[in-house]
Design a protein around this ligand. Structure first.
Ligand SMILES: [Fe+2]
Length: 247
């Protein structure tokens, strides 16, 4: 969901663009000017959780979900919007040094927003089918690549727990080969940055588990498989298959 920036049509150029857009030969040019001026831009907003805060208990507590979603994810959204504002200003003034400086904030906050937006939908309560992988294309692909869901979870947990510092473990689809892969990425890097289609992400930042599990990452990783929303993962897999170029 998006809402219009407060900077929308905030300049004379932009107001001129709005009046010339319908049916005018100048419309395209005016829109281009407005876009180049950075005045027509959607702000990112925090998506609602697809379930109640306590839906993932006892695996993840409502306290963690409130902090994780309302504070941490909101901070990435705010950071991304702020960085984009700075980028527009730097672009409009051809400030190359500033443009270069902003890249790390864009990378971090955009990744955080993308990753958490996927993560919430990757999970579901146990009573709503959490952890239940039904027969189908994804289950077949997992068995072909890893042998079984249990072997996948053990391998992914081993790689995710080994991340030094904060990061994510991911089950991804490689669009070049059509194969499933496990990758780990630091900080808020996101699979698109390495050309992979994200299917299932496990957040191993301390904010994701510490209130419930303290320093015992292994327990968090073992339990999270009980609330994986495999229907969502399969939907993402089917979307990813459309990107595969090896066929
Ligand atoms: Fe997180």
């Amino acid at each position: 969901m998006f809402r219009l920036s407060t900077r929308l049509f905030s300049s004379t150029t932009a107001r001129a663009a709005t009046t010339t857009l319908p049916g005018s030969s100048l419309a395209g040019k005016a829109a281009t000017v407005a876009a180049a001026a950075g005045v027509l831009r959607m702000k990112h907003t925090l998506p609602d959780l697809p379930y109640d805060y306590n839906a993932l208990e006892p695996v993840i507590s409502a306290d963690i979900m409130r902090l994780h979603h309302d504070k941490h994810h909101q901070a990435y959204v705010n950071g991304l919007n702020a960085a984009e504002e700075q980028l527009v200003e730097a672009t409009n003034t051809s400030n190359a040094a500033k443009i270069a400086q902003i890249q790390s904030a864009i990378r971090f906050n955009a990744g955080g927003h993308i990753n958490h937006s996927i993560f919430w939908n990757n999970l579901v309560s146990i009573k709503e089918g959490g952890g239940q992988l039904q027969a189908g294309a994804l289950k077949s692909a997992i068995e072909a690549e890893f042998g079984s869901l249990e072997k996948l979870s053990k391998l992914m947990n081993a790689q995710t727990v080994a991340i030094q510092g904060s990061g994510w473990g991911w089950l991804v689809l490689n669009p070049n080969t059509g194969k499933l892969e496990i990758v780990t990425l630091p900080n808020q890097d996101t699979p698109a940055m390495i050309g992979r289609h994200p299917l299932l992400g496990i957040d191993i930042w301390e904010h994701a588990f510490y209130l419930d599990y303290k320093n015992v990452k292994a327990d968090y990783l073992n339990n999270i498989w009980k609330i994986v929303n495999w229907k969502d993962v399969e939907k993402r897999y089917e979307e990813g298959l459309k990107l595969v170029t090896s066929n």
